[in-house]
Design a protein around this ligand. Structure first.
Ligand code: TXA
Ligand code: MG
Length: 300
């Protein structure tokens, strides 16, 4: 990898990867994304055994989570080991780790490990503040212009989950959810036998918590039916208002998460100025979908 960037598929969204031990390579991630340098990056590792390469004082409940949900759509924030430098953690004393559940991502991580690599730092492969890419095509749209000929984009088809991993702070006595995702509060509580706090407080320094995140160019309006000429996203059971542009008709909540970002991109591709969205109700993944939609609706 030697300093180059590699965009790769994961089950959640596509990541823009660099050797997590190489400061220059990681600096290029920030450059390509146009992201402020004090935002921490998730280090992707090949297996749970590699947690120790990056983290120390790992609590028992975090081990339980790793056992139950890795490889999978979950990031654990742990006390950093000295190998997790400031250019990874944004100067924080914690580091985010994830083992993705995707054959290509795991193949890449395994091959990198054989060459002596410890982990691949990868944010979502979008420009700062934009919608995360869930296809290789979307990655190209976002960052192709900023890549060098020595960088690479791997195509693994459409991401299966479609929204970013659940981020769980494991630096306290009990886990706290910093970003909701496909690994739900109930799953975490069952795994750890602990009560889980759900922190979606914008004061916490998670870049995904910044208000202008996950935003398409079109204005996203929640809980409203679309007027003629406007984009419309809702479960398939809800009929398209007359003259509206149907951007997605997911049949299930899982489906909703999978197609959401593509639908937001499609609105921009069609040059729509407004997207009316009927959010899914309920717990589990629906919470993550509403979280991203709320942020999208506040954008720009
Ligand atoms: O599903 C995902 O997590 C995708 C794929 C590529 O793995 N990655 C992703 O990365 O969404 P990114 O950088 O777009 O979002 C990661 C979030 C950021 O908001 C960052 O602030 C937060 O994780 N984060 C990373 N390390 C952290 C830490 N030590 N403490 C708190 N938040 C952290
Ligand atoms: Mg992101």
């Amino acid at each position: 990898m030697s300093g180059s960037l590699i965009a790769f598929p994961t089950e959640t969204v596509y990541g823009l990867g660099a050797d997590a031990s190489n400061a220059d390579a990681v600096a290029r991630i920030y450059q390509v994304k146009g992201r402020p340098a004090d935002h921490p990056l998730i280090v992707h590792i090949a297996a749970m055994d590699d947690m120790d390469l990056w983290a120390k004082d790992i609590p028992t409940y975090a081990i339980a989570l790793a056992r139950d949900f890795w490889p999978g759509p979950m990031t654990l924030v742990l006390n950093r080991d000295e190998s997790a430098k400031d250019f990874i953690t944004g100067g924080q004393e914690s580091v985010g780790l994830r083992v993705p559940a995707h054959a290509i991502a795991l193949g890449l991580l395994g091959a990198f490990k054989k060459l002596g690599g410890k982990g691949i730092a990868a944010p979502s492969a979008n420009r700062f503040g934009q919608v995360s890419p869930t296809t290789a095509n979307a990655v190209e749209e976002e960052i192709q212009d900023f890549l060098l000929s020595t960088d690479l984009i791997l195509d693994g088809g459409q991401a299966l989950v479609g929204v970013e991993s659940t981020i769980i702070d494991c630096t306290q006595n009990a886990p706290q959810i910093l970003r909701p995702g496909a690994i739900t509060q109930q799953m975490i509580e069952e795994s750890t036998q602990l009560k889980v706090a759900n922190i979606t407080d914008a004061s916490i320094r998670v870049s995904g918590s910044l208000e202008n995140h996950y935003s398409p160019k079109a204005h996203v309006v929640l809980g409203a039916m679309a007027e003629a000429g406007e984009g419309f996203i809702a479960l398939a059971s809800i009929t398209t208002p007359k003259g509206a542009v149907r951007l997605a008709s997911p049949k299930t909540i899982d489906d909703y998460a999978r197609v959401l970002y593509l639908a937001l991109r499609e609105a921009d591709a069609q040059g729509l100025s407004k997207i009316a969205v009927i959010e899914p109700e309920g717990d589990g993944l629906a919470i993550a979908i509403r979280d991203r939609l709320l942020r999208a609706s506040r954008g720009r």
